[in-house]
Design a protein around this ligand. Sequence first.
Ligand SMILES: NC(=O)c1ccc[n+]([C@@H]2O[C@H](COP(=O)([O-])OP(=O)(O)OC[C@H]3O[C@@H](n4cnc5c(N)ncnc54)[C@H](O)[C@@H]3O)[C@@H](O)[C@H]2O)c1
Ligand SMILES: CC(C)C[C@H](N)C(=O)O
Length: 365
Amino acid sequence: MEIFKYLEKYDYEQVVICQDKESGLKAIIAIHDTTLGPALGGTRMWTYASEEAAIEDALRLAKGMTYKNAAAGLNLGGGKTVIIGDPRKDKNEELFRAFGRYVQGLNGRYITAEDVGTTVADMDLIHEETDYVTGISPAFGSSGNPSPVTAYGVYVGMKAAAKEAFGTDSLEGKVVAVQGVGNVAYHLCKHLHEEGAQLIVTDINKEAVQRAVDDFGAKAVDPDEIYGVECDIYAPCALGATVNDDTIPQLKAKVIAGSANNQLKEERHGDQIHEMGIVYAPDYVINAGGVINVADELYGYNAERAMKKVEGLYDTIAKVMEISKRDGIPTYKAADRMAEERIAKMQKSRSQFLQNGHHILSRRK
Ligand SMILES: NC(=O)c1ccc[n+]([C@@H]2O[C@H](COP(=O)([O-])OP(=O)(O)OC[C@H]3O[C@@H](n4cnc5c(N)ncnc54)[C@H](O)[C@@H]3O)[C@@H](O)[C@H]2O)c1
Ligand SMILES: CC(C)C[C@H](N)C(=O)O
């Protein structure tokens, strides 16, 4: 990978390579864009096939956070961290504290939180070294685990997408096929069940499936069967890239709305489902509940205020649908347009002022 070429192509600001021999820390902090504010994005811990794959993932995810935060109306830029390691075996206190010191060293340019492979307990360790971490234990006056709030955001966003597809946002009687019933999707299923939706679920974890069957009367299917089941809504809540050449021909759903990041394998798949008349709720818009929730900590966490903002995802998804119709473009492009327009406007308005409110004359003795 020619790193500077890549950074230039997508206009990244900074990449920090973190190494600590004692604890075994190997991490990459990628900061994509701080036009709107400090870069906020989670820390992923994962085993990568190569260092290059880890760097690429950090960069791709950081750019995604720029768009997610901008579309969510947050005054935050985009960044992300990748820690190379197995979250089941390689975690230790020194590692997260060493990482926390790196975050502190950025002096607020980057703020972290949970992502795949990290937990509230890990964030608490990072917090021992820096204040620039969110999603720490509620005992610190913080917001805790973002997953249930992400789920609520997906639920309200799904209703907005249903309104577009079916003319009503009621999910009562609608059949929803949920792929992956982990942290986010379990809570999503609860909301859907309470509204009277029928659930079809799958997961590679049999216990997770059984819990959804027992708690919500869900029907279970094998992982490969989920794409082709008769349903109204497909909710991808496990992996990325599940909307692809193999799965699109199988889909019966009229709506795609779920929590997974990077659902479209390639952009052309977004064009394809648009042409088929499937209403797609863009992933980074509908799954922003978690980041909206942790971002509220920056104002002194208030759960009621945060949930109100998360409820706003209904209107945000509706706005994306409007732009899509107005401009005759697929919804994934409409979301990008909305985020890019906001960043461009702020860049323009900020450029009329001096950085950080400091005038050059303030340096004069
Ligand atoms: N947790 C959050 O707040 C949050 C926020 C935004 C986006 N997301 C995204 O939402 C998705 C789910 O996040 P989570 O926190 O619930 O993760 P999780 O690990 O708790 O849940 C994912 C579930 O998917 C299952 N799974 C994995 N591969 C599968 C396959 N091939 N078929 C079926 N099931 C499979 C896993 O067994 C697991 O139960 C991820 O893509 C994540 O990046 C999460
Ligand atoms: C800041 C975190 C809560 C972000 C979350 N992991 C996401 O992908 O949106």
